[in-house]
Every structure is written in structure tokens, then in C-alpha cells.
Write a protein that binds this ligand. Sequence first.
Ligand SMILES: C[S@@+](CC[C@H](N)C(=O)[O-])C[C@H]1O[C@@H](n2cnc3c(N)ncnc32)[C@H](O)[C@@H]1O
Length: 202
Amino acid sequence: MINIIGLGPGNNDYITKVGEKLILNSDVVIGGKRNLDSIENFKGEKIVLASNLKEIVRYINENKDKQISVIASGDPFIYGIGKYLSKNIDTKELNVVSGISSLQYIFSKIYVDMNDLYITSSHGKTPDFDYVLSHKKVCMVTDKVIGPKEICKEILNRDLKRTVIVGENLSYDNEKITIGTPKEILEADNFQMCVVVILEEY
Ligand SMILES: C[S@@+](CC[C@H](N)C(=O)[O-])C[C@H]1O[C@@H](n2cnc3c(N)ncnc32)[C@H](O)[C@@H]1O
């Protein structure tokens, strides 16, 4: 079995017990550098996952005798590695353990339900903001190119009334949650790794 394990938002206290056990019993753990650094107790082989996705799939298919776990931040099926691996590895050989997503985490912190939430991402793409902002409740994972300020410019350009919540470094010691109008977010300091919630009503 190949495990795909969601680590949760970042702080090790949020990983599931089943995920932790599978990692510790693995021969090889594959993941992004931030995620590999976080599994200090694992003493086996670590392989860094970056843009080498094809090589990783080949490695997994050629090493089926090994216990391999691929680790991902949050939930692997929310803008994570789950989609690619489940399309490129026989799913009969996959065991997916979901983790708490950064999206789930921020909603619990702001006491807002996730019902009817529109989930999207700005990673490596320009979202269709007319469509995104037609929803009453949105949560976006972001990258360095399109982050909170660029999103707020799109809201202001359309003259929309929204509350914007930016969740930075969630679950880590330097976690910061900023709530404001698009104008306030635009005027705030620059943001680090974050998710952005856009609400019509708050
Ligand atoms: C490739 S996506 C992975 C999302 C992940 N699968 C999840 O469920 O949280 C990476 C993006 O998720 C968001 N993210 C992940 N962990 C975060 C954290 N601890 N705090 C804030 N945002 C986070 C950021 O927008 C980051 O750029």
C-alpha cells in the first residue's frame, strides 16, 4: 500500500494518530521540504517532492515492496498531491488519510460554518474573479503572486461590500488572523503564507 497522508495545517499536534503511525512505520516518506522537516521522529529515507512528480510516480511504481508514505499539508485532496497521485497510481494500491485542511482550521477560528462554501485557489493561475466573487462565501488558498491584496483590489474594482479574513501561518506559533474590509486589508502589512476568506455577511 502507498499511503497519502494529510499532516494538517502545520503544527504537529494536528496530525491524526493513524497518519502519525503510518509515517513512523514507513520505509520511505516523500513530501515537500516543509513537510519533511516537520516529521522529526521519522528516521527512514526521505525523498523531497518538488516538480519531480513523474519521477516520484515512477519510483513508487518500481518500489512496491517498500512501505511508502507521501505526506502533504492540510488535506491532500484540497489543492494537494492527492489528485495527481490518484490519477497516476492504481487506486487499489492507495490508502489516503485525510488531514485537517488550512481551510477547515480558519473557519473554526472565526466561528463560521463551511456550508455552501466555494473553495478555490490562485496558485499558478489567475482566477475568474467575476465568478469567484459571485459567491457569498469563498475560501482561497493563495500564492505569492495573487494574495490577499490582489484579491481585495478585485473586490474594490467591482465596488462590492465584503469582509475579508486572512489566516497566516495557521496553527504555528506565529499564527495571525486579520479581519477587515478590502480597503483595510489592502493597507495592512504584507502577508505571509495564508488562506483568504471572503464573506458577503459577517
Ligand atoms: C498547495 S496548497 C495546499 C493546501 C492544503 N492541502 C490544505 O488542505 O490546507 C498550499 C496553500 O495552502 C495554504 N496553507 C497551507 N497551510 C497553511 C497554513 N498553515 N496557514 C495558512 N495557509 C496555509 C496557503 O495558501 C498555501 O499557499
